[in-house]
Design a protein. Structure first.
Length: 191
């Protein structure tokens, strides 16, 4: 049985909304729903009142079912951005000046910030520990976007300027012939 709300939206719009709710950008969602790239670049359907209303309705359902809301996301992003400070009390500096980690007494919540711990023993018998934590820059960028703190990330025509610039760069790269110098730099890795 089709609801009145869904009769107001086309199947293509509903498909785009579904892809958007699954985490795709507005442009990606429209492309996945079969819109032309030029239409998808503007994200215009997400500016339509009936589409906005359906997105808000679905977001409210997700919040009601999961308890996941904006404050939950912001709180976790803030913890990720501050992971280094939260875990600093577990660093120990040895007599040789090397840092090691001692998580004795760490809470489950603190340990959830540690993605991986590696212990390496050198040929001389020195023990080195490294941990990986969430990237604070990524967390801060996500927070900034969520809170609209970045002027360059403001939406223009349904698509953020950052997405539009990235799309333009991709088109330019596609059109440029690759020379030997270009090929050497595209796979550069920092060690």
């Amino acid at each position: 049985m089709t609801s009145t709300r869904n009769r107001l939206l086309t199947q293509q719009q509903l498909t785009a909304i579904t892809h958007y709710m699954l985490g795709k950008t507005k442009r990606e969602a429209m492309l996945a729903a079969g819109y032309a790239p030029t239409s998808a670049a503007t994200g215009y359907i997400f500016g339509q009142e009936k589409v906005r209303a359906e997105v808000l309705r679905r977001q409210a359902l997700v919040i009601a079912e999961t308890g996941l809301d904006e404050q939950w996301v912001i709180k976790r992003l803030m913890r990720q951005a501050d992971a280094g400070n939260i875990l600093a009390k577990y660093k120990e500096v040895g007599e040789d000046g090397k840092i090691s980690w001692n998580f004795t007494g760490a809470t489950e919540e603190e340990l959830s910030l540690v993605n991986d711990i590696k212990t390496t023993v050198s040929q001389k018998g020195n023990v080195y520990q490294t941990i990986s934590i969430p990237d604070p820059i990524n967390a801060l960028n996500a927070l900034g976007r969520k809170l609209n703190l970045f002027k360059e990330d403001q939406e223009a025509g349904g698509v953020s300027l950052v997405d539009r610039i990235a799309s333009g760069r991709k088109r330019v790269r596609k059109d440029e012939p690759k020379g030997k110098d270009d090929e050497a730099t595209t796979g550069d890795t920092v060690h």
